[in-house]
Design a protein around this ligand. Sequence first.
Ligand SMILES: Nc1ncnc2c1ncn2[C@@H]1O[C@H](COP(=O)(O)OP(=O)(O)OP(=O)(O)O)[C@@H](O)[C@H]1O
Ligand SMILES: [Mg+2]
Length: 266
Amino acid sequence: MTNETIETTTDATATASAAAESIVTGPAVAVTEPITAGSSDESAAPAVVPALQLDHVSYAYTKGGKKVLDDKNYAFRPGRVYAITGPSGAGKTTLLSLLSGLTVPTEGKVLYHGNDLAKTDRYRYRSHDIGVIFQSFNLLPALTVAENIILSMDASGKTFDRPKTEIAKELIDKVRLRPEYASERILHLSGGEQQRVAIARALSYDPTIVLADEPTGNLDLATQDDIMAIFKSLAHDEGKCVIIVTHSPEVAAQSDDVYQLARLRG
Ligand SMILES: Nc1ncnc2c1ncn2[C@@H]1O[C@H](COP(=O)(O)OP(=O)(O)OP(=O)(O)O)[C@@H](O)[C@H]1O
Ligand SMILES: [Mg+2]
């Protein structure tokens, strides 16, 4: 994929204008939706109903306080990989917590298949429909790989048509870990291996949306590429909507669409 990102300059960022916040391709015009470089996808993308959508979303942590996000209108469609980029403090994690239903916007709506997330059963949404991969993995180190995955399946309250151990084995294979890792304790795994387990765990109850905060943060480039290959396959082969917060230009370049946030000046 060849997203052509025009980086905002230091001066442009200082103005903190809305124009500095979106990805642009070709002519330097600000857009509220990312423009896709892939021509075949370009015509098909708008026809697909967004899995998630920000409808004039603003967010401030304190009532009447400084806005962290201001009037965002982003669409996230099934079958695509999205990168959310921007400097530290730009509101990327805040955006992810809005998309994951942990936080409700101060203004505007987060729409899940067109329905206002604030008015739906957000516990169900979080435990069934989305898989979240945290930067710090949040795995239980004393438990084995399979135990960590199965714990998450149990917590979802979903019913499964096959034994959970069998599903866990398939997921371990899917994230390209060898089968013997199933019985390995997390504390014996490298960072890249733990990241794969975190992905397997997020997929364990088959969510349609995958949200990841800096999933390749501490990984070398080869491992990062391998993790990105998994995310791309989830979107392109299985039709999931994958949304990745990242500082990595390589991850952004490999994504289908990029939303670039600028830090708002108070
Ligand atoms: N719980 C909170 N209460 C008040 N302000 C907060 C809270 N969490 C974050 N903020 C502020 O909101 C802004 C955006 O934070 P956020 O964590 O979303 O940024 P980020 O883009 O994820 O940054 P990073 O790249 O460093 O992870 C920052 O100015 C931060 O200080
Ligand atoms: Mg963050």
